[in-house]
Each structure stands twice: as C-alpha cells, then as structure tokens.
Design a protein around this ligand. Structure first.
Ligand SMILES: *[C@@H]1O[C@H](CO)[C@@H](O)[C@H](O)[C@H]1NC(C)=O
Ligand SMILES: *[C@@H]1O[C@H](CO)[C@@H](O)[C@H](O)[C@H]1NC(C)=O
Ligand SMILES: *[C@@H]1O[C@H](CO)[C@@H](O)[C@H](O)[C@H]1NC(C)=O
Ligand SMILES: *[C@@H]1O[C@H](CO)[C@@H](O)[C@H](O)[C@H]1NC(C)=O
Length: 654
C-alpha cells in the first residue's frame, strides 16, 4: 500500500529533479470519488454546509428565507510566486441541483479565495462568494465559477448559466447552458487553468470549453488560496449537492531556490527515484504472480462477515470465469445500470454472477454497499449472497440462481412477447404470495434485523422468484444500513432509485427513508395486481399518468376491481384484491406520515387487520407534510418527526 505521504515525498523529489533548478513545486492533488466522513477530515465546512452521506450539501434542505454555505479543502494552495507566474490546476467535479421552490435559487459556485469565512450579507443572489460591501473593494479577493439558477440582476444573462466571476458578482463572462442546471441531474464540470487562461467545460464534451478567458490569477487572488465550493439560497431555494471532486495541481513551496539545497538533494532524489522504481517493480512482480489485487478502499474495512459456513466467501476470478464460460453472452441473464448478470455453474450448483461495470465509481460503491448490507442479512425472502470476487478490475457478486427469473419478466412477458408463458403462471394466489413475501422481506429489513436497512430500489425487476415462486428481494446496490446512532435522520445518499417508484418527497428531501421504501412497495403491489407498468413520474408533482393516480381514480369511481389484470380472467378473490389495492394506495399516500409501516402492511396482508382508511380523492402533495394528529404505534418509523425541527443539525460542522 502506498501511503499518501510517500507519494507526495516522491513527487517533491521528482519535481525537484525536473524543475529543481528553476523552482520547487509539489503536487497538490486530492480526489473524492464520493464524500465520506472519515475522508472529510481534510475538508472544512462553513455556514449551512454539511456532509450528507456520500455527498456535500452546501445549503439546508429547508425553506428558511436564505442561507449560505461553503466547503473548502482545509489546506490552502500556494498558487503563485512573485516573478514566477501562476501554477496550473484542474478541478473536476459533479454538481446536482434540485429546486425546493419553483423556480429554485440561487446558485452554486466553485471558488478560490484568500478568505475562507463567509462574507457577511452574502446570502441570496451573492452566492456566498462576495457581498455588496466586499465587492471590488479588494484587488485580490475571490475568483469563482458560478452556476447561476436565478436571473437576479439585469447583468444576469438568464436563470441557467455559467459565469466567471473575478472579485465581483457581475460575471466577466457568462454563457447560457443547454443542460438544465435545476433538473436534479448530475452535471460534470471541469475547470482547467493552465497558467495563462481558464477554461470551463460543462458536461462530457471536453473538446470545446463553454467559457475560455485569458487571465493571470495572480491579478485576482492572494498567494495562498482556499479551493472549494459555495452556494446560497434566498426566498428561492434549492438543494445544492457536490457529489464528487478531483483536484490536481502544483504548488510552489519555497520562494527562493537554494542552489546548494538542489545540489545536495538531486543525488538523493535520484536515489529515491531508483528506490521507488525498485519498489514498484517488486510490487508489480508480486501482483502478476498471484493475480490478486487487494483493495485498500476504506469501504473494505466495513466488511464484517461472520465466519460461519453459510457466510459468503471470496471466490477466485478463475473459478467464476470457468463457471460462466468466460462471461459468455449465451449465459447472460440480465443487464442493468450496474453491469450484467450471468448464469454460472459451480460444482453442479447453479449461480447468478453479477458483474459490475468496470471503472465506475458508482459500480465500486454499489458493490461495497451490496456486500456490506446483504452479507449480514438472512431471510427466506431475500436473495442469498454466496460470495464475491475482486481481482484485477473485476467486481463480481455470486448469488444463488433463481430459475423463475424476475417478477417483471413474468408479469409483462405475455404483453411483450406474445404468449410465451401460461397466464396462470402468475395466478392470483401466487401474486398474493409474492406480495406477502416482499412485505416480509421489507419488514425484516426495516424492523427485523440488527441494523435497519433501507432498500431504496424496490421494483418488480428486483424481485426474483425461486423454483417455488417464492419472492426473493435482490439487488442491494442502492441499499444502505442505518447505524443505530443515526436513527433519527435516516439520511442516505442523494436521490436514487427508479422513476415511477419514487415517492414525491424524495425529490425534495433528497434521501431515502422508511416511507420512501413503503411508497415503492405500494407501486410494486399495484404493478403486480394490475399487470401494468408504474408509468412515468417527473421531478415535479406531476405524476398524473402514474399507476397510483389511475388506480385512485378507479377507487373514487367505485370500480377499483376494474384495475385487476385482465390476464387473470376474473379468477381472483374480490375481497382480497380490494384489500390489497387499498393497502397499496395507502402506501402511496402523498403524505409520508399517512403511509403504513411494513409491520402494519404485513398484518393487513395476513388478514389480521383492515387496510388503512384512505380518502376517496387522491390528496394533493403538500410539503412540508401535515403531522399525524395522534402518535400511534408506527411513530417510531417516522424519521421526519425529529428532522423537521432540527434540519440535519447533527450533520453540520464536521
Ligand atoms: C489538466 O488537464 C489537461 C487535459 O487533460 C492536462 O493536459 C494537464 O496536464 C492537466 N494539468 C494538471 C495540472 O493536472
Ligand atoms: C429546468 O428544470 C426545472 C426543474 O425540473 C424546471 O422547473 C425548469 O422549468 C426547467 N427549465 C427549463 C428551461 O427547462
Ligand atoms: C463538442 O462541442 C463542439 C461545439 O459545440 C462540437 O463541435 C463537437 O462536435 C462536440 N464534440 C463531441 C465529442 O461531442
Ligand atoms: C497528481 O495529478 C496529476 C494529474 O492527474 C498526476 O499526473 C500526478 O501523478 C498526480 N500526483 C500525485 C502525487 O498523485
């Protein structure tokens, strides 16, 4: 394992050898593929900003008439030196903005500044960069690349532009963007400075910058600058996420080149370089010898698997290559955002091998999440993880094989591909049993296991069917464990999940809760009963074409049983179907407080209690939601009850 210091030391030595006679420079690099608390030690948070799981959130998720936050890499960068110009850097990051009001506001910026503290009165249109009092008053103040989502000055181009701000909020240059900054999607940005000019790239296209400006940062910034992000809200508010950040640059670390020092260190440095190369060669040899690459990602230390015989084990890549005939496409079972799933045969046992896409940070993160969450879970309605493999660049998970594929294939097979399956394959009893099985699995995740787990991606294609058509919930790529100490906020990562299954509040609170899982469960139930896909649902409260709306319409019209899948030819228990449908609608209630817990849902499905009472008309989505009038048995499952009054305060100031 190479330590960071060791690398830096060698970089200094190398830089000394290469540029030693001219000046001394050191690499100033860091990389956050995701943001984790333990890595966050070298970030400093100001104002409203905080570390949400895996991301940085620069402002609060609530409407409070204006707030501001900044996050900086703790160590300042020595950017220039008199007479020697300014050193180059590249900063690549992913931002994600979701409006909390319509329209949202105000904006987010990548910023370099000598003063880390938030300037007074810099909320709202000032983006936390500068304030009226400080604007233009200091020759070396702040340089920012703003992503402005509000047209707040006559000087602003529009409400969706990128601008280069040099010690002023009026951009030196600004350009309207074709991508919608406020649409809640990940937007990749690269800010490249080569010592003479600054280029801003937005999106994947790196051939032409959106903005290029010739400038020497020496004219605008002090010698030592903090690099980071700032954002602010006003009456208009939005969620301002930074999801990843990579910075590579050089830094001057000694003003006066000391020739004597160079003469002494150069031979030493050459020695070091030779030593380092020998070390690398040794490491490379060792690696090629057994083809095993251990991962030193911190996530691996979270792997706590009991050493019992049923516990997942580590597989050799060779074993899995043989099992799947070298990932032969004939053995392909499915494909998803994460990668591909192959069928394999291991010593007469059939398995499903999930192969994550290469070189994807998300892939690695999901892989780790999946292993860490699922390996400690044991329930007959969960797909069992048999093991994993991480060798060379391959990330593989091995599961027991499910001969009856996934639920969506069974429900929609007939409609898509003629008459491949017998319609009675999924008769009413089976459908009811599948729903009951999924409810049991979810109740186990929410209430039954040691640490509460949110699945976050409940949908028909993630429910597998075993040889007896028992439902087995799978795909824990997005699942997250909640530590008992975190019980109150249940925050996981940024918005994730599958459109159509996502509760309307997901887009506002930007995280998963027990209730967003219940919502997805409700959609899944409707899908199974109606044999119909969930339909689209957009960022706004516009979910009119969704299955939830359609079923609720029928409920209001007194014809709820009309929605039941026609393929059943009317062969189903009317009483049971009505009960299940009403439960599903209650689970999809726009107010998360009104949704039942999985425990209650299970009792309804078992016929122990009546389904929750729901209004005839689908209630409108209102945020913040009305609190339930009385505290009932499910209250412990309402994470917002604490959150609302003290929004994320536990997370501030790390
Ligand atoms: C910045 O990126 C460009 C293009 O990828 C590269 O040529 C340059 O060397 C990089 N500069 C630094 C300081 O990393
Ligand atoms: C951008 O997306 C937001 C949120 O979805 C929406 O309110 C806004 O109208 C969109 N702007 C444009 C120009 O499409
Ligand atoms: C990038 O954008 C420029 C200008 O819009 C265009 O000419 C070029 O074809 C694009 N390149 C790619 C790879 O999309
Ligand atoms: C810093 O980043 C640059 C560009 O990505 C890379 O060439 C260089 O090797 C890195 N240095 C260290 C010490 O990681």
């Amino acid at each position: 394992m190479l330590s960071h210091d060791f690398l830096r030391f060698n970089a200094v030595a190398l830089a000394t050898v290469l540029v030693g006679a001219v000046t001394q420079a050191e690499c100033f690099n860091f990389s956050y593929p995701i943001f984790k608390p333990q890595k966050g030690d070298d970030l400093t948070f100001f104002g409203d900003s905080y570390m949400a799981s895996d991301t940085i959130q620069l402002t609060q998720n609530v409407l409070n008439n204006g707030g501001c936050g900044r996050v900086f890499y703790t160590r300042p960068l020595k950017l220039w030196s008199t007479g020697r110009g300014t050193l180059p850097f590249n900063s690549t990051f992913v931002i994600n903005i979701t409006p909390l009001t319509y329209p949202g506001g105000e904006g987010l910026a990548f910023i370099l500044t000598g003063h880390a503290d938030i300037p007074a009165n810099s909320v709202g249109k000032w983006l936390g960069i500068i304030s009226e009092n400080t604007m233009g008053s200091s020759t070396r103040g702040a340089v920012a690349v703003e992503f402005d989502t509000r047209n707040s000055y006559p000087e602003d181009l529009d409400d969706n532009h990128v601008g280069l701000d040099l010690n002023s909020i009026y951009s030196r240059k600004q350009e309207s963007l074709s991508v919608n900054l406020s649409s809640g999607i990940d937007i990749k940005v690269k800010v490249q400075y080569d010592g003479q000019g600054l280029s801003i790239f937005v999106g994947e296209n790196r051939s032409v910058p959106v903005i290029f400006e010739s400038l020497n940062l020496y004219d605008y910034l002090p010698q030592k600058v903090y690099v980071g992000f700032s954002a602010s809200t006003g009456v208009y508010a939005q969620i301002n996420y930074v999801k990843s950040w990579e910075f590579s640059g050089l830094e001057l670390y000694d003003d006066a080149p000391n020739l004597l020092w160079v003469w002494i260190t150069v031979p030493g440095a050459i020695g070091l370089v030779i030593g380092f190369s020998a070390f690398l060669y040794w490491k490379w040899q060792r690696k090629t010898k057994d083809h095993v690459e251990e991962e030193d990602d911190p996530g691996w230390f979270e792997l706590q698997i009991q050493g019992s015989s049923t516990a997942p084990r580590k597989f050799k890549l060779k074993e899995l290559e043989a099992a799947t005939e070298n990932f032969n496409s004939d053995n392909l079972l499915g494909r998803g955002g994460f990668g591909t799933v192959y069928k394999g045969v291991l010593v007469n046992r059939e398995v499903a091998v999930k192969r994550f896409s290469r070189n994807s940070h998300e892939g690695k993160r999901d892989f780790i999440a999946e292993i860490t969450t699922i390996s400690n879970l044991h329930h007959r309605n969960l797909v069992k993880l048999l093991g994993w493999c991480h060798e060379r660049d391959e990330l593989l998970l091995v599961y027991e094989f499910m001969p009856n594929k996934s639920l969506d294939m069974l429900i929609f097979c007939n409609q898509n591909h003629g008459v491949e399956t017998n319609p009675v394959t999924l008769n009413w009893e089976r459908r009811h049993a599948v729903i009951y099985g999924v409810a049991q699995a979810l109740d186990y995740l929410h209430n039954g296991c040691e640490k509460r787990v949110l699945h976050r991606d409940i949908k028909a294609s993630n429910v597998m069917l075993d040889s007896e058509f028992n439902a087995r919930l799978g795909d824990f790529g997005l699942a997250r464990t909640i530590n008992p100490s975190d019980q109150t906020h249940h925050s996981t990562k940024a918005i994730a999940g599958t459109p159509g299954y996502m509760a309307p509040e997901s887009f506002l609170i930007g995280r998963a809760t027990v209730q967003t899982d219940v919502y997805a469960f409700g959609v899944l139930v409707l899908e199974v009963v109606c044999g119909r896909k969930p339909g689209r649902q957009s960022m706004q409260n516009n979910y009119n074409s969704s299955i939830v709306d359609w079923v609720w319409e029928n409920y209001r019209g007194g014809s709820i049983l009309d929605v039941v899948d026609l393929q059943l030819n009317g062969v189903f228990s009317k009483e049971q179907a009505e009960c299940v449908l009403v439960l599903a609608l209650a689970s999809c209630h726009p107010n998360p407080f009104q949704r039942p817990s999985m425990r209650t849902a299970l009792r309804v499905l078992a016929g122990e209690v009546a389904p929750p009472v729901i209004p005839m008309d689908r209630p409108a989505f209102v945020w913040p939601p009305a609190m339930p009038p009385s505290l009932n048995e499910d209250l412990e499952d309402y994470p917002f009850s604490g959150d609302q009054n003290t929004p994320s305060s536990q997370l501030i100031g790390r």
